[in-house]
Design a protein around this ligand. Structure first.
Ligand code: URA
Length: 187
């Protein structure tokens, strides 16, 4: 068993916070085993809770389209969330966030991405604490103790406002410009 398999086995039986009581599945990760780029969303929704896979609902389709536009190969990307269990009513739960944080850190350490892409305000705060609001920092590159971070809006925001969809397209295009150097490991 690899360290990753061992960690996933532990995550699947996690009961560190009350969300364990209402989940159907622990939603760990989808993507390559050594991704260069790791997208980090907020929390599983209904489709993710049912399937056990992150970003397989409507927001996932938007993210998958962006990943295709970025020209990433299957093994070059991965997607996970700040929370691994579905929060009832989609309410952000600080206690669950701190209970889940060591798992997020472990996933990042074991996967070893060259670039982290937080999707939206909460994952941004988890990966770049103390930084400015998402609308200020999305589409720009930042250094962090976990390595380079390039925040994007949450893909679900793009269906709420035309301006967010335009911003998403713009920022994804910026990321596409930057990506080759991360894929070559030259950052
Ligand atoms: N939104 C998220 O932040 N994560 C998912 O997995 C699905 C929707």
């Amino acid at each position: 068993m690899t360290d990753w398999d061992d960690a996933v086995a532990q995550m699947r039986v996690c009961r560190r916070c009350p969300l364990a009581g209402s989940r159907r599945h622990v939603v760990v990760y989808r993507g390559g085993s050594r991704p260069s780029v790791l997208f980090v969303g907020e929390a599983p929704g209904k489709s993710e809770d049912e399937t056990g896979l992150p970003f397989v609902g409507r927001a996932g389709k938007i993210l998958d389209r962006a990943i295709a536009e970025l020209g990433l190969r299957e093994e070059d990307w991965g997607v996970t969330n700040e929370f691994m269990c579905r929060p009832p009513g989609n309410v952000y739960d600080r206690h669950a966030a701190s209970a889940c944080r060591p798992w997020l850190d472990l996933k990042i350490r074991l996967l070893g991405p060259r670039l982290l892409v937080p999707l939206g305000a909460h994952p941004l705060r988890a990966l770049l604490p103390g930084t400015g609001p998402i609308l200020t920092v999305a589409g720009t590159l930042h250094a962090s103790e976990r390595g380079p971070v390039f925040p994007l809006l949450h893909p679900a925001a793009t269906v709420r406002r035309i301006a967010y969809a335009e911003r998403w397209n713009h920022d994804v295009a910026q990321l596409r410009e930057l990506l080759p150097r991360f894929l070559r490991g030259e950052h």
